[in-house]
Design a protein around this ligand. Structure first.
Ligand code: GLU
Length: 311
């Protein structure tokens, strides 16, 4: 009899150490973790530490301690993105050699009159045919073929890169590797098959799919989760003053994360130990509850707890 191998699922959580883990990141970690667990897959932890100017001292340790406190169990060693710089450079080299990328000497000032779209500046292609600046960024060439992917929760997404972002940066003028390239190279190296992350990154995905095609990589399945907002609608982030999640209240905070993920936990779960909460969550995990949802307010999460008299 032919035994069917379980589908090989490799997911990941990839925080940047720009501050402590706030509730929005916790929600993304919980969802990607549970998706991997219910698929009997692997869940890797990658610290995206390639942008030192944006890093906050102590943030990596704080994120790791928080994840341990919430009893996440990742597979293998913690991966530090800075350790794959040689692979990022090799990918850049490939793009340059194949003329799929080029050096660009444009400064911010040079681009101040460039058209802008929802993704930011639409690069007008000034350096496409060459530039003699000494200090240069590297941009990936784009064309206007529609780039589409089917998001598990948000449906089919399409962008035309040349008109919506223009040729985009893969290595910055200061020599740092841009997120778009690093994430694609690392997802490929680590054999990631499923990317579950916040919807704020969905606009970047077509650029990532484009790079995967230029570099001959496969494309993982993408699931973009609703963003968690303050009651006024602003995204929870360091910029909007979202505090780090507390280690003291990890069990109720985990239940709140499940509510934010529309999982409808029974009221008794608020009084359970964290291991029991994880067990309930894995047994009852239903990603479908989030289909088409783009934002969830912390207000509704807190209200759910208040309604049952526990917060
Ligand atoms: N490092 C990114 C962040 O913290 C996430 C990258 C990703 O999941 O693709 O926002």
């Amino acid at each position: 009899m032919l035994m069917r191998e379980p589908a090989h699922y490799v997911g990941r959580f990839a925080p940047s150490p720009t501050g402590p883990l706030h509730f929005g990141s916790l929600v993304a970690a919980v969802a990607s973790y549970l998706q991997a667990k219910v698929h009997e897959g692997q869940w890797l932890l990658r610290i995206e530490d390639i942008d030192p100017p944006r890093e906050q001292a102590g943030a990596t340790d704080s994120i790791l301690r928080t994840l341990e406190h919430y009893r996440f169990e990742w597979d293998g060693e913690i991966i530090f993105q800075s350790a794959s710089r040689h692979a990022h450079d090799a990918a850049l080299q490939t793009l340059l050699e194949r003329n799929l990328a080029y050096r660009c000497g444009c400064s911010r000032r040079d681009l101040k009159d460039a058209p802008r779209g929802p993704l930011g500046i639409i690069y007008p292609g000034t350096c496409r045919e060459g530039c003699d600046a000494v200090e240069t960024a590297i941009r990936a060439r784009t064309d206007d073929t529609p780039i589409s992917f089917n998001d598990v929760l948000q449906g089919r997404q399409t962008q035309r890169l040349e008109s919506q972002s223009g040729d985009f940066i893969v290595r910055r003028r200061d020599g740092l590797i841009a997120y778009q390239l690093a994430v694609v190279v690392d997802d490929e190296i680590e054999g990631i098959t499923e990317v579950v992350r916040g919807i704020d990154l969905m606009d970047s995905t077509p650029r990532q799919v484009w790079l995967q095609r230029l570099l001959g990589y496969g494309t993982p399945t993408y699931t973009h989760l609703p963003v968690i907002t303050h009651p006024n609608g602003d995204k929870l982030s360091k910029l909007t003053g979202a505090p780090g999640v507390s280690a003291d209240n990890s069990a109720p905070t985990l239940v709140a994360a499940l509510i934010a993920l529309q999982q409808d936990p029974p009221p008794a779960l608020w009084r359970c130990e964290i291991s029991e909460i994880w067990q309930w969550a894995a047994e009852n995990w239903a990603l479908d509850a989030l289909v088409g949802q783009t934002a969830v307010s912390t207000d509704s999460t807190a209200l759910a707890a208040v309604k049952i008299g526990l917060w």
